[in-house]
Design a protein around this ligand. Structure first.
Ligand code: 5GP
Ligand code: MN
Length: 328
């Protein structure tokens, strides 16, 4: 029973670091803070850190102020939870540096294509969110979930299920979510914070992105593109573009929605969303990324128009059932 190994891991150490992936989302941060809230009452010292600054949209989760930049930690940790990461390098360069050589690493994740790091490890690709797995671990470990932990873990689940709309919304996760609401999570406030409030910059960049809409493969692939110039015009940062990919996927007839962002000169971030008919984790994998069957991403180096064309060609082939594009 993998859950039991986590209680042993918790009992074996007193001072924990919790890391999650670069450009953290609601599940990465909600899982990290939820676990921290549950470990402190049993006397554990817990530091939550990330390679990237916390997006403004997540600055409502109880305890968000305590999240540190991994680069600012005084010394590396010997016991580390790595959450929502399919491989250790997803914690980013400064995250890696915060892990002492030979440290004990526990992995909890729900991505496809995990590389097997961590002991103990709990990886379940059927789980809607890493936060769902944290709830299961806490329950199996008989660690109580207080109101703050419940709020954070509920937010993690709400974030990765799109507020219980995506295909990963199972009866099991709805039951878990109900229990978290009984313990203090607030569904209305959480959904409003995660999805219902936008900064002016994010609305400006959304407007520019929507105007870029393009259809490929007879409408089966729907594409939004944000160049550096568009970010500059909107006075927006890449975090302001979170969630825009859903508009690409919302186009009638689209099997795949894709958002292509020039996050820095020569640096392109791709987000893929599928209606279930095409495995976008597989396509992201061809470009060095990963994720889930219906939601995946990748980061590539190269000129925006060149990267864009090679990604769109791979997508066209995938929806036409043609041979896969070469890896690389
Ligand atoms: P998003 O498009 O929201 O950035 O990411 C969608 C999903 O793909 C998330 O589960 C995210 O963790 C994963 N993902 C995004 N970018 C990458 C990447 O560069 N590498 C890997 N392995 N997964 C990614
Ligand atoms: Mn997740």
């Amino acid at each position: 029973m993998p859950h039991a190994a986590f209680r042993a891991f918790v009992d074996a150490h007193d001072d924990f670091l919790i890391l999650s992936h670069i450009d953290p989302d609601g599940d990465a941060v909600g899982s990290s803070l939820g676990l921290a809230w549950a470990l402190r009452p049993i006397g554990k010292r817990v530091t939550v850190a990330n390679d990237s600054p916390l997006p403004a949209s997540l600055r409502f989760l109880p305890g968000w102020e305590e999240i540190r930049l991994a680069s600012e930690l005084p010394e590396p940790f010997r016991a580390v939870f790595v959450l929502d990461c399919s491989s250790l390098d997803r914690v980013g360069r400064t995250g890696i540096a915060a892990i002492a050589p030979g440290a004990a690493i526990a992995c909890v994740d729900h991505h496809a294509g995990t590389d097997g790091f961590g002991d103990p490890r709990l990886v379940n690709v059927s789980a809607s969110a890493t936060a769902e797995l944290i709830v299961e671990i806490l329950q199996a470990s008989e660690l109580p979930i207080g109101p703050e932990a419940a709020a954070c873990l509920y937010a993690g689940i709400a974030s990765d299920t799109g507020a219980f709309r995506f295909q990963n919304t199972t009866p099991h996760v709805l039951r878990l979510a109900a229990r978290l609401v009984e313990r203090g999570a607030d569904p209305s406030r959480t959904a409003r914070s995660l999805f219902g409030r936008k900064s002016p910059a994010s609305l400006r960049v959304l407007g520019l992105a929507l105007a870029s809409l393009e259809s490929r493969a007879s409408g089966k692939v729907s594409v939004l593109t944000i160049s550096r110039a568009m970010f500059d015009e909107a006075k927006a940062a890449p975090e302001d573009a979170d969630g825009i990919v859903q508009y690409a996927q919302s186009v009638n007839g689209a099997l795949i929605g894709v958002l292509i962002q020039e996050t820095a000169p020569g640096e392109v971030r791709i987000s893929f969303r599928s209606d279930g008919s095409v495995d976008v984790n597989d396509i992201a994998g061809r470009f060095g990324g990963g994720g889930h069957r219906n939601a995946a991403g990748a980061r590539l180096r190269g000129e925006l128009s060149v990267v864009r064309e090679s990604v769109l060609q791979a997508l066209e082939q995938a929806v036409h059932g043609g041979p896969p594009a070469p890896r690389g």
